[in-house]
Design a binder for this molecule. Structure first.
Ligand SMILES: [Zn+2]
Ligand SMILES: [Zn+2]
Length: 343
């Protein structure tokens, strides 16, 4: 089979011929129908500091996929050939304190598909059955491939029960826009979307027309929030930009007693004045990681069944796996939304 492999510690990757993956007793063999490029994959392809610290070469990367079950291991009884599944890319150990207390998504020994174990930018892949989410029959494979990133936003938004109130979402990449779609569907009002990239902001406005879009590089973001929100900050700010200014904006834009959910991955430290930013404001700051297993997936199941919004709108480009160089160069340029690969 063909697989997109990272063999050298430098920018790029190679499409190589590989033996079919082994299927252990608890694994499922999938034929990959569609895969999506994640920020993580861009780090790995571009080989930055983040990737160099985590990824052991050689490695097939990629983790956001929809696949058809071809074969199941001897211990797997809940899936059968022909089933369509999406991959939950976080592999919990199943035996640590977190896993034993209903928090597998925050496992102490978490492994990630395509980072710590062989990934999915390949014609076939074998994943632990504990990471396979069965999709309803007839699910669009493109939707299946973007449920993992959608789940990051759903968990980041709904980790605390959302009061139907004002919400600000910082960062309008694909996850930010999908999060905004869910927030709008849940009745968030006013709903503010922030990005310093005008193209992304335009895309967000097109997909979520009821939102107020704000470019903090060009306008006084806090003044605009207050102007739309009765002179107050928002009830909930969700930070998805993974930047220092974005995190600062999330902290500054909440009302007294408001909530901040940090989801974006920030490499640099951010300064917080605990007195003004948290104590006097009675602010709640909560971090979220990945998706709850499997609460977030059940939430997505219900949200998608409503058919009131279509997350596939964030997909802007589709490439054959063989054209991966074009796909990754586009992804590295920061242009476009979600990019799909078809093995
Ligand atoms: Zn991802
Ligand atoms: Zn664990």
């Amino acid at each position: 089979m063909k697989a997109l492999r990272k063999s050298r510690p430098e920018r790029g990757a190679e499409l190589v011929e590989m033996p079919m993956p082994a299927v252990g007793p608890n694994d499922v063999l999938l034929r990959v129908k569609a895969a999506a490029i994640c920020g993580t994959d861009i780090h790995i392809y571009g080989w930055n500091e983040w990737a160099a610290q985590r990824v052991k070469l050689p490695m097939t990367f990629g983790h956001e996929i929809c696949g058809e079950v071809m074969e199941v291991g001897s211990q797997v009884s809940h899936l059968k050939p022909g089933d369509l599944v999406a991959a939950e890319t976080h592999i919990p150990c199943g035996v640590c304190y977190q896993c034993h207390t209903g928090n597998q998504h925050a496992c102490e020994s978490m492994k990630i598909l395509g980072v710590h174990v062989e990934g999915c930018f390949s014609e076939y892949t074998s994943i632990p059955s504990i990471c396979a989410w069965k999709l309803p029959d007839g699910t669009d494979v493109e939707l299946g491939a973007i449920m993992e990133p959608m789940g990051v936003g759903v968990h980041g938004l709904l980790v605390d029960p959302l009061e139907v109130g004002s919400v600000g979402i910082v960062g309008c990449g694909p996850i930010g826009i999908m999060t905004a779609q869910v927030a709008a569907y849940q009745g968030a009002y006013p709903l503010f979307l922030f990005d310093i990239n005008p193209e992304r902001l335009e895309m967000a406005q097109r997909i979520v027309p009821q939102a107020v879009t704000i470019n903090p590089a060009k306008e006084d973001a806090l003044a605009r929030v207050k102007e739309w929100n009765g002179g107050r900050g928002v009830d909930l700010a969700v930070e998805l930009s993974g930047s220092v200014p974005g995190t600062r904006l999330a902290i500054d834009m909440i009302r007294m007693g408001g909530q901040i959910h940090l989801v974006g991955l920030l490499g640099d430290p951010v300064q917080i004045n605990s007195c003004n930013d948290i104590v006097y404001k009675e602010a709640t700051i909560k971090g979220t990681t990945g998706r709850m297993m499997w609460k977030t997936w059940w939430q997505m199941d219900r949200l998608l069944a409503s058919k009131q919004f279509d997350p596939k709108q964030v997909i802007t480009h589709r490439f054959a796996l063989a054209d991966y160089v074009d796909a990754f160069e586009l992804a590295l340029s920061g242009k476009g939304g979600k990019i799909l690969l078809f093995p």
